[in-house]
Design a protein. Structure first.
Length: 375
């Protein structure tokens, strides 16, 4: 990966991680149609969530090897597209990054979530029920707790929390996940899910959501396009041809299966009586299967058009994050996801890297092996 110096892209006034990411958020807010007042509010929330690392100069290396991004920036943005409306902007942050240990990172993260709960008056009871499962005294794995904010007009976001099922060890991840789902009222759901090669995340919607979700993320090694549609377990599932077409478009004409960074699926649980998911998302790590971000953007644009969505905001979003040319690196678009929720039209989500510390060079023939740190 190519190192960057503070101010390389945004001038001498940008000197810290907080400066950089808050500026990116403000510009992305314009793409998403948020007001300047909302953008300022959310930029302040992001800086507060980062804690001490927000003031860390960019000419220093990352404070910790955050699992959240390839260059260890503890922030990631995403845009969720629907037909006929501006995309929704989200920001994912590791609020305890740089605390010195995974246990302290988790405690800081939990403190941050509870501060948000007081600020926006929402309950954390579902998270409290899981604390000792996912935030033990000596946690294992690449993460403790992440928070995601869906940035809505009015300055009050939707809040999501991401937890690590392997906190007590990878061999116990399935048991930890099963116990968590039992406590959350979805005890039968795990048996309905497809086979997986890992359980990277459990996510909870907290606060004001029309239909709060519990989301289970699964890892699928060497997934082929014809296998992807069969991973959905929703009663009214997505069109299989649409899922396979999305897979092939996002990956391009290279490998017959994802032999580098694996695909992820997300299974949304909303109905405690159903015993099965009501939502299905396929996440493709486009950065490992495209030669550069120009190609990744072209693939994303094709997907968006096929689903009746305008790709122009995504191009504007890349320019809001960096002034480098897309062809100069790969990884600015980290993932593309196709989202199906029962009762709603499909959504497309693009995940954007901040690149605070490094730009990944273009892939030679799009067959560069994956980095050791994966999202």
């Amino acid at each position: 990966m190519t190192p960057l110096r503070a101010g390389d892209r945004e001038g001498p006034g940008i000197s810290t991680l907080g400066d950089l990411t808050a500026g990116q958020l403000r510009r992305l807010s314009g793409v998403a149609g948020l007001s300047d007042a909302d953008a300022d509010t959310y930029a302040d929330v992001l800086t507060e969530s980062l804690g001490p690392v927000a003031a860390r100069p960019l000419d220093l290396p990352p404070a910790a090897e955050s699992f959240l991004s390839d260059d260890h920036t503890p922030v990631e943005f995403s845009l969720s597209f629907r037909p006929g409306t501006a995309p929704a902007l989200r920001v994912l942050v590791e609020p305890g990054c740089g605390a010195g240990s995974l246990a302290r990172t988790g405690r800081r993260g939990l403190k941050s979530v509870r501060a948000m709960a007081r600020r926006w008056n929402f309950a954390t009871d579902r998270l409290d029920e899981l604390e000792e499962l996912f935030l033990p005294a000596s946690p294992k794995g690449p993460l403790a707790l992440w928070t995601a904010l869906e940035l809505r007009p009015g300055g009050v976001p939707g809040v999501k929390v991401y937890l690590n099922p392997a906190a007590a060890g990878r061999k116990r991840a399935a048991r930890t996940l099963a116990e968590a789902l039992r406590r959350l009222g979805h005890g039968r759901a795990l048996a309905s899910l497809p086979d997986a090669d890992g359980y990277p995340f459990l996510a909870l919607d907290l606060g004001d959501w029309d239909t709060p979700r519990v989301k289970v993320y699964l890892r699928h090694d060497n997934l082929a396009p014809e296998e992807a549609p069969g991973l959905s377990r929703t009663a009214d599932g997505p069109d299989p041809a649409s899922v396979a077409e999305f897979f092939r478009t996002a990956v391009g004409h290279g490998p017959r299966s994802l032999d580098r960074r694996p695909a992820l699926t997300c299974h949304a649980l909303t109905d405690r009586t159903a015993g099965r998911p009501t939502g299905f998302t396929l996440h493709i790590p486009v950065r490992d299967y495209a030669p550069h971000d120009g190609e990744a953007l072209a693939r994303a644009a094709t997907v968006l058009r096929r689903h009746g969505m305008d790709p122009e905001p995504l191009a504007r979003a890349l320019a809001a994050v960096t002034d480098r040319r897309p062809e100069e690196g790969v990884g600015l678009i980290a993932y593309l996801a196709l989202v199906h929720q029962q009762g709603s039209p499909p959504r497309v989500t693009a995940y954007l890297s901040c690149e605070a510390y490094a730009v990944r060079p273009p892939n030679e023939r799009a067959v560069t092996p994956p980095l050791e740190v994966v999202h």
